[in-house]
Design a protein around this ligand. Structure first.
Ligand code: ATP
Length: 826
């Protein structure tokens, strides 16, 4: 071995103060430079200097964090490592800093610090020399031997030029090295099946840890977790294919360094795989009688829906087979579709999970992302299964009619696979990439309308219409279900608050306009909140309250004014029910006095106005029909039935028809049809324009408007209403203010059937109208209308426009020919 002249380091060295990591002679390290002193050093020594000497630094370990070195020079470790700066990389983000690659040369000791600013320079004494290990040195015999061995191998390998030769030489060396490492690992590794030992060893490790070994500890913990994960995979009851994938993945995981981004991905994947309920299910409780009772207890009315659900459950009980149709409840918001779904799960004793599909426009929302994507996740179905922890829950696919579409694919197509009993036992989520059997899951879908449900999806479901409620049904629902639920939620009892049925009716007619009961529920919640304030205020001090106390509190707290107002009102109403001798002497007295705690607060219309504000909806039908050219139509919207005022006016012009109110094409066509029919029948009905001409559009423009202007409307069912409205305009006669109508028209004046009759009739009833004109072919739909509503309304079934007009105007519309006007041909 040839002798190498030792490196002599300069006697003065600029000092690089590091606070993490120790550079040892012979090793290389990357260090980040961001403190002011170190930055100065790099700039003036490494970036400006050009000689080799200028790249030798003294690296001092163990100095305090650079953030605190702005002031005086911190106490320095006495021994440092002289280092050669091999590379300098600068960056300005997130703040200016350099990264240095430095190689340790030899140890030195600080003799004296010569200069502190802008960076420290010290006089140093070199401690060791970079020279070869002398072969003959007896003191270092062992070291010398090792060095010689290494040298021998290195030179042999250097001589091996062909690849084959190099393999032959290095493989035995590597095998030996691996054996050695294995031995070392065995002595360190806790036994896999002895979890207790793992736990017992951890605290000991912590106690004996030395600075710089924290990372090792984390690594060991991770290894423990992997052992656990492996054990879970082994004991999991997943199908064979999934098991194979897991075994393969865990093998990969074990070989992967933890710093690799794929490590976390694979680990998350495996954790999901072992958590999924591959074989875990709840036992069905199928007792039809109990199911009927439970459904009846939870929901008032909805007879048709409950009947169909019970049939469905009965078939399942008898057949014990899950391949049935997927039920889809279609109806306006707040009619209890979701809540029936929940009850079905309860009757079956199954877990319930709701998947909101409104606005979902990416198919990976249903089917997951492939694991190659950054941030990939399983889809909602697999996530739902993970959440419920069993493979046979009831999944409620809420709002299937509001699925979107985008460039990322059609989620409806992904749902097809989920819902199809022929396919779903093999459902493959992109993230899992192995099949999961969904055939045990009971799917129920809900929607507001079938119009926007993709046809292929619709085809796989059985639609059950859930129409809106009548006022009477809403009152019952409120008193049987909503009020008790709200009282419970607000910590109130029936002894503290009383809401009579007339008040509920007031809320329904004057504060809400909806087919379901959601707003009603919210209003009842608002009342309970207001009463809760009163009860909470009065309760603790009630017995001790003096009149003066009440007056003082009224001054300071605005809310008390309302409370007392409610109290006064309550007193007015309750006074009549109090026995004569119990009556207080004057009203002013009672206004100040706290009510006895056992007397419930009665919510009457005055209290209602105080709490909810002035009524939002008033009956305005008769006002709006006070001039010719207005008629009431009935419209169906996904939110339920609505009454709709159609308005028409005429003015001088050139025969143009203007339509406003955001109308769709079909509705516009209806308007043109109506005008054409009226023009062709103008003589028959004696309809004239402002100039007395039977040509209705002669020098006349017509404007038709459909409030509310901001809501889009479409469909053919407004045909009869438009005809009636225009007939009123051209005849100058008023349409009856208690009549509403619906029906499609043809050019020949026929009236064709339309949809949503029940909801439309309920809307007319809600609005307090008396007569409804419907197409004759819709007569059968009246069977679905509740008996009390049918009693309150009279129905005219029309097959042609003649009949519609005759019913819409007082005294009929047909002009009877007067005999004197007939021309005699005699
Ligand atoms: N017939 C009923 N009997 C008892 N409670 C009812 C009835 N109908 C609705 N409710 C109650 O009304 C509230 C709203 O119902 P739910 O959320 O099920 O409506 P939904 O039809 O699913 O509405 P959406 O279409 O907006 O999801 C729930 O608290 C529910 O319990």
């Amino acid at each position: 071995m040839s002798s190498v002249s030792p490196i002599q380091i300069p006697s003065r060295l600029p000092l690089l103060l590091t606070h993490e990591g120790v550079l040892l002679p012979g090793s290389t390290m990357r260090t980040s430079v961001d403190s002011a002193r170190n930055l100065q050093l790099v700039r003036s020594r490494l970036l400006k200097g050009t000689s080799l000497q200028s790249t030798i630094l003294g690296v001092i370990p163990n100095t305090p964090d650079p953030a605190s070195d702005a002031q005086d020079l911190p106490p320095l470790h006495r021994i440092g490592t002289a280092a050669l700066a091999v590379q300098v990389v600068g960056s300005n983000w997130p703040k200016p800093h350099y990264t240095l690659l430095i190689t340790g040369l030899c140890r030195f000791q600080i003799v004296q610090v010569l200069k502190e600013k802008p960076y420290p320079i010290a006089e140093v004494e070199q401690l060791d020399r970079l020279e070869e290990f002398p072969n003959t040195c007896k003191m270092r015999e062992e070291l010398g031997e090792l060095s010689e061995q290494f040298y021998k191998y290195a030179v042999q390998i250097l001589d091996a030029v062909s690849l084959e030769e190099r393999f032959k030489m290095t493989i035995p060396l590597l095998v030996r090295q691996i054996e050695g490492l294995k031995l070392l690992q065995k002595t360190r590794k806790p036994k896999q099946d002895d979890d207790k030992r793992v736990i017992a060893i951890r605290p000991i490790r912590r106690i004996t840890h030395i600075p710089g070994t924290l990372e090792d500890e984390d690594e060991d913990e991770d290894n423990d977790d992997i052992v656990m994960l492996e054990k879970k995979i082994r004991t999991s009851s997943m199908p064979e294919q999934a098991h194979k994938v897991c075994v393969k993945e865990i093998k990969r995981l074990k070989k992967m360094p933890q710093s690799m981004p794929e490590y976390a991905l694979t680990r998350n994947y495996l954790e999901l795989m072992v958590e999924l309920p591959w074989n875990k299910s709840t036992t069905d409780r199928l007792d039809i009688r109990a199911a009927r009772i439970l459904l009846d207890n939870d929901h008032y009315a909805m007879e048709k829906l409950k009947k169909r659900v019970l049939e469905y459950l009965a078939v399942r009980q008898l057949k014990n087979n899950l391949k049935g149709p997927i039920l889809c409840f279609v109806g306006p918001p707040g009619v209890g579709k979701t809540s029936v779904g929940r009850s079905v799960a309860k009757t079956l004793g199954r877990e319930f999970h709701r998947i909101a599909l409104g606005g979902v426009c990416d198919q990976s929302d249903i089917r997951g992302h492939r694991r190659t994507y950054v941030g990939s996740m399983p889809g909602r179905i697999i996530n739902g299964l993970k959440t419920v922890g069993v493979n046979n829950p009831v999944f409620l696919l809420d709002e299937v009619d509001k699925l979107g579409k985008s460039l990322q694919g059609d989620p409806a197509a992904a749902l097809l696979e989920v819902l199809d009993p022929e396919q779903n036992h093999n459902f493959t989520d992109h993230y899992l990439n192995v099949a999961f059997d969904l055939s045990q899951v009971l799917f129920i879908a809900t929607a507001n309308t079938t119009a926007t449900i993709p046809a292929a999806l619709l085809d796989r479901m059985e639609i059950i219409q859930v129409p809106g409620y009548t006022q009477e049904e809403k009152i019952e629902i409120a008193h049987r279900h909503l009020i008790p639920k709200q009282l419970e939620q607000h910590g109130l009892t029936p002894q503290q608050i009383q809401i009579p049925q007339v008040t509920t009716l007031d809320i329904i007619t004057r504060y809400t306009r909806e087919a379901g009961v959601r707003s009603l529920d919210r209003k009842l919640g608002a009342i309970c909140r207001a009463v809760a304030v009163k009860v909470a205020e009065v309760q603790p001090k009630e017995a001790k309250l003096e009149r003066s106390d009440v007056a003082e509190r009224e001054d300071t707290q605005g809310i008390v004014q309302f409370v007392n107002c409610v109290r006064t009102t309550v007193f007015h109403v309750c006074r009549e029910h109090i026995l004569e001798d119990e009556k207080p002497e004057s009203i002013s007295d009672t206004a100040d006095l706290a009510l006895p705690p056992e007397m419930p607060i009665l919510i009457d219309f005055h209290a209602l106005k105080d709490i909810l504000g002035p009524p939002m909806y008033e009956m305005e039908v008769s006002q709006r029909l006070s001039q010719p050219g207005v008629a009431i139509g009935l419209a169906w919207t996904p939110l339920g039935g609505e009454i709709m005022f159609v308005e028409a006016s005429r003015m001088d012009g050139e025969g143009q028809l203007t339509l406003t109110g955001q109308l769709g094409d079909v509705m516009k066509e209806s308007a043109h049809l109506a005008i054409s029919w009226l023009r062709s029948n103008a003589k028959k009905y004696q309809l004239t324009n402002a100039f007395g001409s039977f040509d209705l559009l002669d020098n006349t423009d017509i404007h038709l408007h459909f409030p509310a202007g901001a809501v889009t409307k479409d469909g053919p069912s407004a045909g009869v209403t438009i005809v009636t409205c225009l007939a009123s305009l051209f005849s100058g006669r008023l349409v009856r203010s208690d009549v509403a109508m619906t029906g499609e028209i043809t050019l020949r004046g026929l009236v064709l059937p339309v949809g949503g009759i029940k909801d439309k009739v309920l809307a007319a009833h809600r609005a307090g109208l008396k007569q409804v004109i419907i197409p004759r072919r819709n007569e059968k739909d009246l069977e679905g209308v509740p008996g009390n509503v049918r009693q309150d309304l009279s129905f005219v079934t029309a097959s042609c426009l003649d009949e519609v007009l005759n019913a819409a105007f007082d005294g009929g519309f047909t002009v009877k020919p007067r005999p004197g006007l007939l021309n005699s041909k005699l």
